[in-house]
Design a protein around this ligand. Structure first.
Ligand code: FPP
Length: 251
């Protein structure tokens, strides 16, 4: 039976986050420049976004460009920015057709103005779509996000708008870039690396982690279904014991 046929329709994760890794190694394996790997990676983004929408996943968050990626050689950064603009331009009609809403998290002020403007246009164009929320993490890192949140909390406390006992977990979450989103249920990382790499550190507290050796450009729809099936067979206990979780499921 294919992995697609094994998917339990009423246990689809609400939010899937992906660290898309291995584009450079894929290019090297094929004797190509690194950018060919990123271009091939865009095709995978297209396919996975399409099936995520079909499955009824509500949020798909993709780590497209980290704060640390600014330290890559300038030619690669420039080429990645150009690829992002080109992809957004080409993909906006598909997002509209599939009722996908684009959202971004990260420090967009660091993006070149042409890139930022293209994203802002696509955010506005897709704002009314009600299907999948496709969240691109751009110039994003968790430590950047948490530092910014602490600064805002301190500012509000200084102004007398926030008392120490009002800084609850729920309140902290409201200061993050993901304030309007549920936490990820499942994190997928490709390319055989077992790291979180400064991605959604607060939000992944109870996510199920799924690692695969497959490089991102080789990651197919069937690999994605496999990850979903694997997730569906995990027992999520959120700190409780197994019997409590089973009891809860019967209620
Ligand atoms: C990691 O591979 C990938 C990136 C840093 C960029 C991801 C970007 C894309 C897939 C293209 C654009 C995406 C969208 C959403 C339009 P790597 O370069 O670190 O690979 P390596 O570890 O093998 O060198």
């Amino acid at each position: 039976m294919s992995y697609k046929d094994q998917i339990i329709k009423d246990r689809i994760p609400e939010h899937v986050a992906i660290i898309m890794d291995g584009n450079g190694r894929w290019a090297k394996q094929h004797g190509l420049q690194r950018m060919f790997g990123h271009q091939q990676g865009v095709k995978t983004v297209h396919e996975i976004t399409t099936v995520a929408a079909e499955l009824g996943i509500r949020f798909l968050t993709l780590y497209a460009f980290s704060t640390e990626n600014w330290n890559r050689p300038k030619e690669e950064v420039d080429a990645l920015m150009a690829l992002l603009v080109d992809t957004i331009k080409k993909e906006t009609p598909t997002l509209m057709k599939n009722n996908v809403r684009l959202l971004t998290i990260g420090d967009l002020s660091r993006l070149p103005s042409a890139t930022r403007e293209k994203f802002e246009q696509c955010l506005a164009d897709t704002a009314g779509n009600t299907g999948l929320n496709l969240v691109l993490a751009l110039s994003y890192s968790s430590r950047w996000e948490l530092t910014r949140a602490f600064q805002q909390v301190a500012e509000n406390a200084k102004k007398g708008m926030l008392k120490p006992d009002e800084i609850t977990e729920q309140a902290v979450a409201q200061y993050l870039t993901t304030a309007t989103m549920p936490d990820p249920d499942l994190l997928i990382r490709t390319s055989g690396e077992y790291r979180i790499s400064n991605f959604l550190l607060w939000q992944l507290a109870y996510a199920e982690l799924y690692f695969t050796d497959c490089l991102w450009p080789d990651f197919t729809v069937e690999h994605f279904y496999e990850a979903i099936v694997d997730y569906q067979h995990r027992e999520r206990r959120f700190g409780k014991i197994s019997e409590q979780v089973k009891e809860g499921n019967r209620l």
